[in-house]
Design a protein around this ligand. Structure first.
Ligand code: GTP
Ligand code: GTP
Length: 454
């Protein structure tokens, strides 16, 4: 392997500015119906956060579709900021919308007219150059349409009457929002480029690590004036392979009150995860693992991305074999669902073991997109089943006929059986372990589904 730092370094102009899917944020004072509209727009689509305990009830971020548009949507109302007073909360939520979104949906309640809190939101939104679409909610029938005229006074043009609970006017609202989508939106990087991100709670050292990986002091290319959403990714080449570090820009912006709220870091993490092949879950080695680390890691796993656990600030820890072993054990206990993720102990500060990251990212990415041969796969599964048949369940026994890999990124396997109900979690886990033993798959989750053979 060649020397890392020189190889990793690329000049500032090779960095590209990148626009991901358009982002729409909903703002508005409490109770105007933001969550209702959010859910309407998201529809029945299963969002990333759905299966994670603790956040199921308050979804704040999801991908969504409307006609030919593919976009992301944020319910800023779900982001509570510490114990800030009511008006301050709304103000900060509006700021988040301005920071994160390409288009802002400003929601008001058509049944209550313009309130002081609405005006407070409006005041913040006046300061942005980002497009604002005014939605007047709770217009549940055509007779109520006249209620919207009061809202012209807010100064955001023609209000769009909608009814979240009746599902009326949502299409009009999205048509209006879509008019403002950035033209570059929806583009993504080439399949061959390995896209990775560093996620973790504030202050674990994500920016420092990004800089260390890039081998230079500053991530900032330049602050591009007047750009809408400045998600600036960093591109670099190493041993002929191209990489992109996703969305480091947002992590640069410091000092805002909401930066430290968990929901906000989750939002940032979700956005980065969505665009990544490989996610580096960064933990502060000095502080140890806290609950928030688990949440953040959970999203990467749920999203089916390859995962590497990075313990940073190892320079600040008494370094002996025992501490490392203990820390590792601690991680394994806390992150049971990430048993496939390699762990690396390093220091962004001293650059110790930074050079091991890229090869590890390569490996995880390779496994994440790996397809195994069907014949060999079936040999492995049939052998496993023959040696360790599933236990009987009410007199019936699972019969496995055939296994096939149906997807990559992550690898997904379908096992055709006599009755999928008989495939219990523990047996599925057993088969997963056999697949892992036979084929590796280090760094990537794999999924196994049982289907009935016709
Ligand atoms: N009549 C009527 N009621 C609605 C409509 N949309 C939402 N509501 C009701 O308004 C209330 C508030 O809706 P939410 O979606 O929780 O409002 P929110 O803005 O997310 O509220 P916070 O989470 O407190 O910020 C609920 O009781 C909804 O059932 C609508 O179109 N018509
Ligand atoms: N001792 C030590 N300190 C580190 C290391 N990496 C980062 N730090 C320090 O940790 C603090 C946070 O580092 P950042 O890189 O800003 O962390 P971040 O995760 O990007 O923080 P947010 O942008 O707030 O999410 C800074 O004071 C760094 O100097 C490390 O390897 N060792």
């Amino acid at each position: 392997m060649k020397k890392v730092n020189n190889e990793l370094l690329i000049s500032a102009f090779e960095r590209v500015k990148f626009m991901a899917k358009p982002v729409v944020a909903i703002v508005g004072r409490p109770n105007v119906g933001k969550s209702t509209i959010f859910n309407r727009i998201v529809g029945e689509r299963i969002s990333i956060v759905e299966d994670i305990p603790g956040v199921t009830r308050d979804r704040i971020y999801s991908s969504a579709e409307w006609l030919a548009y593919d976009f992301n949507i944020i319910d800023t109302g779900g982001i509570e900021i510490g114990d800030e007073p009511f008006l301050e909360q709304i103000r900060l939520q509006a700021e988040i919308a301005i920071e994160e979104a390409d288009v802002i949906i400003f929601l008001v309640n058509g049944r209550e007219g313009v309130t002081a809190a609405d005006e407070e939101v409006a005041k913040i939104l006046y300061k942005t150059k980002k497009p604002v679409v005014l939605g007047v909610n709770k217009i549940d029938n055509p007779e109520m349409r006249s209620e919207i005229y009061d809202f012209y006074a807010l100064g955001f043009g023609e209000p769009v009457p909608i009814s979240g609970s009746h599902g009326l006017g949502i299409g009009d609202l999205l048509d209006e929002a879509a008019k403002h989508f950035p033209k570059t939106g929806g583009k993504d990087y080439d399949e061959d480029i390995i896209k990775f991100s560093l996620i973790g709670r504030p202050n674990v050292g994500k920016s420092s690590l990004t800089n260390a990986i890039l081998g230079e002091d500053r991530v900032i290319v330049s602050d591009i004036a007047g750009t809408t959403r400045d998600a600036i990714d960093s591109n670099f080449k190493y041993n002929g392979q191209e990489y992109v570090i996703i969305d480091t820009a947002g992590m640069r912006k410091k000092g805002k009150v909401y930066e430290s709220t968990e929901k906000y870091s989750v939002l940032r993490a979700l956005r980065a995860i969505e665009r990544s092949d490989v996610v580096l879950v960064v933990i502060d080695g000095e502080e140890g693992i806290i609950e928030q680390d688990k949440h953040i890691a959970g999203y990467a796993h749920e999203a089916g991305r390859a995962v590497i656990i990075v313990v940073n600030k190892w320079d600040a820890v008494e370094k002996d074999e025992k501490t490392m072993k203990e820390f590792e054990q601690n991680i394994r206990e806390h992150f049971l669902f990430l048993s496939y993720a390699p762990i690396v102990f390093l220091s962004a500060k001293t650059k110790k073991r930074i050079h091991t990251l890229v090869p590890m990212i390569d490996l995880a990415s390779e496994n994440h997109s790996r397809r195994v041969q069907t014949t060999i796969l079936n040999e492995v599964i049939m052998d496993a089943v023959a040696r360790n048949p599933a236990p009987t369940d009410k007199g019936k026994r699972l019969k496995v006929y055939y296994t096939t890999q149906v997807a990559v990124k992550p690898p997904v396997f379908v096992v055709f059986v006599n009755d999928p109900e008989l495939m219990h979690f523990s047996y599925q886990r057993f088969l997963e372990n056999r697949i892992r033993e036979a084929f590796g798959f280090e760094g990537t989750p794999i999924k196994i589904f049982a289907r009935e053979r016709n």
